[in-house]
Design a protein around this ligand. Structure first.
Ligand code: SF4
Length: 339
């Protein structure tokens, strides 16, 4: 499939005639016919173009919203999920690398928003997810589609590495209803070595999402020996407490050997349990274990009365004891769950 181009948003011409992309913190500076690190934006005749406009590689899978993972926004709802190719990060542990790193143009399929609307209605989904690979690098497509889909009553969720500049995030914020950002470790060394990016801009995106009042959940994939020290986890929790608050939903997920890190073992079950229990001991209110079966940390409890707010079994949601006004049905205290 030939790529479809559209003039990109967020770029400028530098005094020397080269083009700087301002979409993500890499801030690529590009000459004619050159592509950015993400391989999805290219300079042509002095302008920056978004390649693969209105194209996707993964089409319309119906997922429970819990799979994103999003546990605190519309629990039990179904989302129609789309992904594309490539990424602005190059994670050594990427678990979707067939889409993000070893893709080919031939995987791309052209799509229209009318077709997405028809699919969403037919599959009785309540929302749409831009997920599987990094949505930021296909900003123009998802920005255009999100506006139309929202007008037709669908919510939009954004599953992302958080490597986006503030202005693009602010621009798309009115059309995003919940976000899951990865924080992949809490050291710049890890980000430089294993993702070819930086931690600080991701943290700034988390703060901006909170300030923009977009429901935010964070996933931390715990990788044995690389980002799993209790010292590092405590530093991460310190940062969350200070900048986002203890009512931020936190997911600590188990790593499975993949991509370039197949020499590492899966995260021991006990390590995930230890980290979740540490966060709970520190009074973080909503802490979950991910990729763990059986999973003793998948339900949501009221921070005030300790009754179950949302009962889960894997991706299945049982009882939901939260009112539309975000209150616990048992004790009427305010909770950070939007139904
Ligand atoms: S979106 Fe792509 S081209 Fe733009 S700065 Fe990021 S990696 Fe570079």
């Amino acid at each position: 499939m030939k790529s479809q181009k559209k003039e990109a948003l967020f770029w400028k011409t530098l005094p020397d005639g080269r083009i700087q992309c301002d979409l993500c913190p890499h801030s690529c500076i590009l000459s004619e016919n050159q592509r950015g690190i993400c391989q999805t934006r290219e300079v042509s005749q002095g302008k920056l173009y978004s390649l693969y406009y209105s194209q996707v590689a993964s089409i319309g899978q119906v997922d429970p919203i819990e799979k994103k993972p999003l546990y605190h926004f519309r629990p039990g709802s179904k989302v129609l999920s789309f992904g594309s190719i490539s990424c602005n990060l190059q994670c050594a542990h990427c678990q979707n690398y067939s889409l993000s790193q070893t893709y080919s143009d031939r995987m791309m399929i052209s799509l229209t928003v009318d077709k997405i609307l028809a699919m969403a209605k037919q599959s009785q989904c309540q929302g749409i997810a831009w997920t599987y690979n990094e949505p930021t690098i296909h900003f123009e497509t998802y920005y255009d589609w999100s506006q139309v889909l929202q007008k037709h009553g669908f919510f939009i969720v954004w599953v992302s590495n958080g490597y986006i500049q503030p202005e693009p995030l602010k621009k798309i914020a009115p059309f995003l209803h919940a976000i899951n950002f990865d924080v992949k470790a809490f050291t710049e060394e890890f980000y430089t070595r294993y993702t070819k990016s930086r931690l600080q801009p991701v943290l700034e995106s988390c703060i901006l999402a909170k300030n923009l009042q977009i429901p935010l959940e964070i996933t931390y994939l715990v990788i044995p020996t690389l980002n799993d020290s209790i010292q590092e986890i405590n530093a991460y929790l310190d940062w969350v407490e200070k900048n986002l608050g203890k009512d931020t939903p936190l997911h600590f997920s188990r790593f499975h050997p993949d991509n370039q890190l197949t020499h590492l073992p899966p995260t021991p079950r006990e390590k995930i349990l230890q980290i979740v229990e540490l966060a709970k001991t520190r009074k973080f209110q909503y802490v979950y274990a991910g990729n763990l079966y059986p999973n003793p940390y998948e339900d949501t409890f009221c921070p005030s009365c300790s009754q179950i707010l949302v009962k889960r079994s894997g991706y299945h949601v049982g009882e939901v004891n939260v009112s539309k006004e975000k209150k616990c049905k048992f004790c009427n205290s305010s909770v950070n769950v939007l139904i």
